[in-house]
Design a protein around this ligand. Sequence first.
Ligand code: GLU
Length: 160
Amino acid sequence: MKLKIFTTGGTIDKIYFDAKSEYQIGDPQIGDVLREANVSFPYSVEPLLRKDSLELTEADRDLLQQRIQQADAQRILVTHGTDTMADTGRFLKSVTDKTIVLVGAMQPARFRMTDAIFNIGAAVMAAQTLPSGVYIAMNGQVFDPDNVQKNRDKMRFETT
Ligand code: GLU
């Protein structure tokens, strides 16, 4: 069962240079994470956007939706910034015949203390096992995009 992965940017792919630099979004990290984990399922990664999710436009979400619909896979993973992940999740609910899981990280995958590897592991399992629908896999839980919020103080996703 092939997993199709679209990357859109967000902190999961951010690079830190030094104290005088801004974070920038670098190459998608999920391919490296899956290679290092030595996963044994087929997947392909398609870098689609490289944006902080606060900068995503309706056209960006339209593009993502179209590419998901056209993908030759039933099971889809999307890496995404956390601030508007739920908005994109709700937007993608128009796709009803695929399993779509959104995942991101509060700390860049390049950091030693990152949550990216844990979140990707959980999201991969969610994408391979859940029925058709749109889900958010963060902080060890699977959420409905209609019923989730990012708690900025606690730096985690919670059910509303
Ligand atoms: N503004 C960032 C975003 O949503 C927040 C952190 C993140 O990337 O996950 O893209």
